[in-house]
Design a protein around this ligand. Sequence first.
Ligand code: FES
Length: 111
Amino acid sequence: MTLVRFLRADGSLDKEVEAAPGQRLLDVAWAAREPLEGACEGVMACSTCHVIVDAVDFEKLPVASEEEEDLLDLAAHAGRTSRLACQIILTEDMKELTVRIPPGATNWMGR
Ligand code: FES
């Protein structure tokens, strides 16, 4: 299991949840009622699932595809450790994962 830590835009802790390997971070965020829209539901046609990954955890993730990088270029408040939550799949060896929700993120879908 992975301990997923969601931080608010100001860096304060919002929630900690346990999630199983194989789960997409976007689904974990939705289940935790985090304000991530994920409008395209993971087909990489938006960037509304953008999260800022903790620098140490970021290094442990597989590199982003070119498509993902292109979408991140369009995301507001994107930085060096930004990723799309729909592209992060939890793995067995991922014990912890800390991500910050960017400022202005909203879950318009009401999930
Ligand atoms: Fe649209 Fe991740 S949900 S790119």
